[in-house]
Structures are given as structure tokens and as C-alpha cells.
Design a binder for this molecule. Structure first.
Ligand SMILES: N[C@@H](CCC(=O)N[C@@H](CS)C(=O)NCC(=O)O)C(=O)O
Length: 214
């Protein structure tokens, strides 16, 4: 029986999980939640699946797990083996570096890129008016954060060097929206050649392209 993820194939946090499953060649059953009718805020869903009323949630038999990055790690530890891609290498120092970059993704990247996506993409979806002043501020913040990424990525194809790992995947969902919603010139700026190379390398991965093709 395939592992089930309650979420939406078009939602960023669910896409993070789908990208991992596709990279590992694992079948996932996506049970789409009717978010338009606020199924994620129903007392039944909050009591039984996600106490904050958000998606995604993984259901593997009797075991349940929420928080997309925790779910990604679960899939990697359950399905990665010597014949699959190594999304979290066994080596302690390498796996610790992955944790470092996932924390950077949640804090430094998330506070500008994710918020930029909320202002430019999600607000429109929810019928809200984007705040142009805020968008300009977030663009500036993204420029500063990507300047640091450019230094971190010096001489590397991926965050860990020559390997595509979970650290890269975690950046893809919001990065892709931001790139498509006005930050392509920031990602591809001649002053940030390392970011441009990295972004091209990770966003062109077949498992990511298959994730966003749905
Ligand atoms: N940190 C959580 C964030 C989950 C999250 O914010 N999910 C969004 C969809 S991508 C959601 O459920 N939004 C609806 C809401 O917050 O009411 C994770 O990574 O799973």
C-alpha cells in the first residue's frame, strides 16, 4: 500500500515531499484536501491530523507525521538505500551540513523568499491585494540573502558541493514561485553567478520538473 500524504499537489509544502518521493522513486498517494472549503480548518481534521490546521500530513499505516521537512526526512530514512540517490548522506559531517542548510532555508531564505511569494502569488489567489511597498522591501531582502548564497555556493554545483541533496530540494517550492513571480533577474544576476548555476542545476532536476508538471 502506498504511503499517503494529505495535502495538495499544487501546494508548496506538499511539493517538497513529492520532489523527495520522485527523486527516490517512491509511490505516494496524494489525498487532496478541499482547502477552498476550509477542510484543513475543520475540527475533525485539526483533532485527527494537524493541530495547526495546515497541510501536509503523512499517513503510513498507523503512523502520522506533519511538517513537510520532517516528512521528507522520514521518506529518505525509510527508502534511501545504496541503490538510490543519497539525499541525506550517511556521513555525520555531510548530514549535519544538510541540517545547517535546511535551517538556513527556513530562516534566512524563508523570511524573504517565502514572504515574497505570499505577497506576489498567494495573496492574488486568496483575492487579497498585494502590498507593492512590501514587495519592494522583500525584493531588496532577497537580493541581500542571495548575495550570501552566492558566497556559500562558490565553486559548488549544489549546496553540498557535487551532490543534489535534501538541502537543495527544500529550497525548490518557494524558490520556483519566486523565480516565476519576478525574482528571475535576482537569481540570474551576473553578480551572482554561483546562485544562477545552482538554481539552474536544481530546478532542472527531472524529479522536480515532474513534481511541478502536475
Ligand atoms: N511548516 C509547515 C507549513 C505548513 C503550511 O503552512 N502549509 C500551508 C500550505 S503550503 C497551509 O496549510 N496553509 C493553510 C493555512 O495555513 O491555513 C510545513 O512545512 O509543513
Amino acid at each position: 500500500m502506498a504511503i499517503k500524504v494529505i495535502g495538495s499537489a499544487r501546494a508548496t509544502c506538499t511539493q517538497r515531499i513529492i520532489a523527495v518521493a520522485k527523486a527516490l522513486n517512491v509511490d505516494l498517494e496524494i489525498e487532496t484536501l478541499d482547502m477552498a472549503n476550509r477542510a484543513h480548518k475543520s475540527p475533525e481534521y485539526i483533532k485527527n491530523y494537524q493541530p495547526f490546521g495546515r497541510i501536509p500530513v503523512l499517513v503510513d499505516g498507523d503512523f502520522q507525521l506533519f511538517e513537510s521537512r520532517a516528512i521528507c526526512r522520514y521518506l529518505v530514512h525509510k527508502y534511501q538505500n545504496k541503490d538510490t540517490i543519497q539525499l541525506i548522506p550517511e556521513d555525520l559531517q555531510q548530514s549535519s551540513l544538510i541540517e545547517q542548510y535546511i535551517s538556513v532555508e527556513m530562516s534566512e531564505w524563508g523570511t524573504c523568499i517565502d514572504k515574497y511569494v505570499y505577497e506576489t502569488v498567494f495573496k492574488k489567489m486568496f483575492g487579497l491585494t498585494p502590498d507593492e511597498e512590501k514587495i519592494a522591501e522583500l525584493r531588496k531582502a532577497a537580493e541581500q540573502v542571495l548575495d550570501v548564497y552566492n558566497q556559500m555556493l562558490e565553486g559548488k554545483d549544489y549546496l553540498l558541493g557535487d551532490k543534489y541533496t535534501l538541502a537543495d530540494i527544500c529550497h525548490l517550492p518557494y524558490g520556483q514561485h519566486a523565480y516565476n513571480a519576478g525574482l528571475a533577474d535576482v537569481f540570474d544576476a551576473p553578480s551572482r553567478p554561483n546562485v544562477a548555476r545552482w538554481w539552474k542545476n536544481i530546478s532542472s532536476q527531472p524529479s522536480w520538473q515532474a513534481t511541478i508538471a502536475n
